[in-house]
Design a protein around this ligand. Structure first.
Ligand code: FA5
Length: 327
């Protein structure tokens, strides 16, 4: 039994085939279920001694696999050629990638706030303790630190200065005020991180949208107007109701929770907000007697979930193509 001879003969025939029909014939000749040359050889193994079976069995199997593979490759090649040959066949539409729903939404949000004269500002995802907490009136001893479960980052100088993955986008408020003079109005969308258990509405890695407007005689009424106008455009719905509910954040006074209500659905909490705390203005180098301002922080995924009826926030990071392709 010269296995190499058969392998060479079959491979030469396969490589020389010029049509799919010819290839089919070759497959039958060697691997046909009844009369294929290799099939018959494999069947004849039964009659051999145990020693010969051990010797030829694996070699025959290997050859069969080689030939199968050569047939598959050649079939692919010939199929492509035949597709090309028939120019009347409908074309295959390439499947291009597209922007993720979060990016799409961020672009839409930028457009809406730009229309109200807000600028878009960026901030670092890795923050220092001062900007994420202290300058926002949350000193280390403050019980409110517990509101933000934190991923701390070890650095060679951790003993002197502590770094973390920002727990909210509010530090951007401080960074912007440190280098700019009022009046202004900005938004800052970006990634935020929290060391907490996940469920259908909580992620460890999610997006927030910060807003800050500072000027003379700014009040909660301005906040309510800006927010209402944003929702009206974002949900393309003139009847979105907005409610400010008293709440607490150390960097605002008074602090509010923002609830929205779409048509017949229930009230839903979507953001924290309030009037910038005088202490925060002082940290930033502003005179709180001269300037007032409002700030807000939305959870971006939560807004998207309401808009598109998505029930689980974990889908955003799941890599599930069915989910991604829907939007
Ligand atoms: C804050 O983070 C404040 N910085 C918001 C703020 C800004 C208040 C400016 C006042 C002035 P809070 O922890 O509530 O607040 O988070 C704000 C929003 O982020 C929530 O309303 C929610 O929509 C979203 N959010 C919070 N935690 C998560 C989480 N684990 N997963 C997904 N979204 C979250």
């Amino acid at each position: 039994m010269n296995i190499d001879d058969i392998r060479n003969r079959a491979t030469t025939e396969i490589n020389g085939a010029i049509s799919l029909d010819e290839l089919k014939e070759i497959r039958l000749k060697y691997l046909g279920r009844k009369k294929g040359e290799i099939t018959l050889l494999l069947k004849s193994l039964k009659a051999l001694s145990d020693e010969d079976k051990r010797k030829f069995g694996p070699q025959l199997q290997e050859m069969r696999e080689n030939i199968e593979q050569a047939l598959v490759f050649k079939k692919r090649e010939l199929s492509e050629e035949e597709d090309w040959a028939d120019v009347t066949l409908p074309g295959k539409r390439p499947e291009p990638g597209h922007l993720n729903l979060i990016t799409q939404t961020e672009t839409e949000i930028r457009r809406i706030f730009n229309s109200m004269n807000f600028s878009v500002i960026d901030g670092p995802e890795m923050e220092d303790e001062y900007h994420n907490f202290d300058a926002l009136n949350i000193p280390a001893w403050h019980p409110a630190r517990e509101m933000w479960d934190t991923f701390w980052i070890k650095t060679p100088d951790s003993a002197k200065k502590k770094y973390l993955l920002r727990t909210h986008t509010s530090p951007v408020q401080i960074r912007y005020m440190e280098t700019h003079k009022p009046p202004f109005q900005i938004i800052s969308p970006g990634k935020t991180f929290r060391y907490e258990a996940t469920d259908s509405t909580h992620e460890t890695n999610f997006y927030q949208l910060e807003g800050l407007m500072v000027g003379k005689d700014i009040s909660l009424a301005h906040l309510k107007f800006v927010i209402s106008e944003f929702f009206r455009q974002f949900f393309s719905n003139k009847n979105v109701k907005v409610r400010l509910r008293s709440s607490y954040f150390p960097f605002v006074e008074p602090g509010v929770e923002i609830d929205i209500k779409l048509d017949d659905s229930d009230w839903l909490e979507v953001a924290g907000a309030g009037m910038v705390h005088p202490k925060v203005f002082k940290y930033a180098g502003y005179n709180p007697k001269e300037w007032q301002g409002f700030a807000f922080g939305f959870g971006l995924e939560r807004l998207i979930m309401v808009k598109y009826g998505i029930s689980d926030i974990r889908l955003f990071n799941s890599g599930d193509l069915k989910f991604i392709k829907k939007f």
